[in-house]
Design a protein around this ligand. Sequence first.
Ligand code: PMP
Length: 359
Amino acid sequence: MRKFNFCAGPAALPQPVLEQAQRELLDWRGLGCSVMEVSHRSPEFVAVAERAEQDLRDLLRVPSNYKVLFLQGGATGQFSAVPWNLFGVGSKKADFIHTGHWAAKAIKETRRYGEAQIVASSEDRNFSYAPAADSWKPSRDAAYLHYTSNETIGGVEFDYVPEVDCPLVVDMSSTILSQPIAVEKFGVIYAGAQKNIGPSGIAVALVREDLLDRAMDNIPRSLSWKVAADAGSMDNTPPTFAWYLSGLVFQWLKTQGGVEAMEKQADIKSKMLYGFLDSSSFFSSPVEKGSRSRMNVPFVLADADLDKKFLEESEAAGLLSLKGHRSVGGMRASLYNAVPLEAVEALVVFMADFEARWG
Ligand code: PMP
């Protein structure tokens, strides 16, 4: 029996996708072997790669002057790739909006290659909100501005896209494909796959073409967006199974009504859970209203001594992976696209019952 899975990543995948992969595993397309066992340069796999790219372009309405790259090294690889690819021409300074754990990682990595100027931060209130658009100004000398559209651990999501004159770079790992986005507002969008895209092992970057010529001279080949773009993301052997499975997720998303439908679902699911948290006198959300993530919902129990019991009982009730990140504790329910509404309904029923018994 499949259980309801609230893991922050690697996260739940759509059941029809897993079933298709299972059906095709031993004999893919009549080739007598699996998709993992054919050359990435075979016409069959190249067709998979091209279809995945086209479907992603369709889903996000990616303009033709953007490259769609399928990369390795996760989103963490892109923490390094961004400065390597953008600090080669002109300024070696980048602006950052600091919103917590993942922004901090990007900042730290950038400082190995240049300057990271923090132009806005929510550190003053323990990273419990996203700085408002009118509360900060970009600097005048940045090669780009980087922000994290959703802090997966903190559960803080931006409800606006920053307006800047320099290229806008976003780590969209935990919100990509959960709503329509105006790609043309961004210079670079990147995301690790293992939330709304597919299994871990692959990352996606959408890069505006005019930014492909700004790399530092000695950029490692494996981090170069230009090399990846020129080689159709096949400069070396790509993670073929992750790419194939991501492609199946894109097809599934299209059958579900695309990112517009995902946005509606995310709204319904997250409102249901926040509504319960706000009505409860035992559970609460540490995130300020207005910045609450639709994808990752951290919450705490009034009595932390009951955390262990909560996790034991929720697991037993078929609700998986509700433990908060090790750096912050508490609980977290991740509500990505593949988490059905029934999962959130079951979670709320369980929490109400837990509160009645222990609260
Ligand atoms: N950025 C964000 C917002 C994330 O949530 C994560 C991982 N959970 C990362 C970056 C790092 O991703 P990866 O493990 O793919 O390197």
